[in-house]
Design a protein around this ligand. Structure first.
Ligand code: SF4
Length: 236
């Protein structure tokens, strides 16, 4: 496991907690609108400075009493076989953990949930099941495992062992209102569903960084459609 970055404080990313964000390198998806190519593409990862795990643990020890939580994100954290040990160390120091995941590794997710190594999980729902391969950059590839794994992760979170949220970034050129309706039909009923605004900044596929569209109306319509089926529905 390689730590590719540390945001020392966030008020926004762990609901109800002052936290830091640790970014793990590597991802098994290639979402074309991804904002984090430096944590995803091997040639860019190779150029990233790496933080030693012991330095990260020292940082956490020093911030004890100021920070309450750690957001573990990437890249995709669950591709690292040593993620459970990493979470165990963080919890031993005394922090709550929020995991951000693409949901592609339900076996790892189940282990983390059952062993209480995470306290909150935010799972990206990249698209309707039908459009998943296209949305994560696998169009035309044989990926029968993909939809299966994603559905298993959704089902695991809906068991409610820990607090969780599902979230979709509404990306122009990838999603339509009908896709969001399909996602809502698939996920409902569930606890929280967030629709995130696409930001046209640096993206894995540069074409997406050129897109400038105001999606406020579409997102509001989707939220109105989704809200009866979730305890909390929000745009952000
Ligand atoms: S947006 Fe897609 S490619 Fe980027 S880190 Fe998340 S899952 Fe990986």
């Amino acid at each position: 496991m390689k730590i590719g970055g540390l945001q020392r404080i966030t008020l926004l990313d762990y609901p109800g907690h002052l936290a830091c964000i640790v970014f793990l390198t590597g991802c098994n998806f290639r979402c074309p609108w991804c904002y984090s190519s430096e944590l995803v593409l091997p040639d860019k990862i190779a150029k990233q400075p790496v933080m030693a795990q012991d330095d990260f643990y020292d940082f956490l020890k020093k911030r004890k009493g100021q920070l309450e939580g750690v957001v573990v994100c990437g890249g995709e954290p669950t591709i690292n076989p040593d993620l459970p040990d990493f979470c165990r160390q963080i919890k031993k120091i005394g922090y709550k953990i929020k995991l951000d995941t693409n949901g592609s590794n339900p076996i790892m997710l189940q282990e983390l949930l059952k062993k209480r190594l995470v306290d909150y999980v935010a799972m990206d729902i990249k698209a309707s099941l039908e459009k998943y391969p296209m949305a994560v950059g696998f169009e035309g590839c044989a990926n029968n495992y993909l939809a299966d794994n994603i559905q298993k992760s959704v089902a695991l979170l809906k068991q409610g062992l820990v607090d969780y949220e599902f979230r979709t970034t509404f990306v122009p050129g990838i999603h339509t209102k009908e896709d969001i309706a399909d996602i809502v039909k698939w996920l409902k009923p569930a606890k929280k569903y967030f629709l995130q605004y696409f930001r046209s900044e640096k993206t894995l596929d540069p074409i997406f960084s050129q897109i400038k569209v105001d999606l406020t109306e579409e997102i509001n319509q989707c939220l109105a459609m989704a809200s009866p089926f979730f305890e909390i529905t929000q745009g952000r």
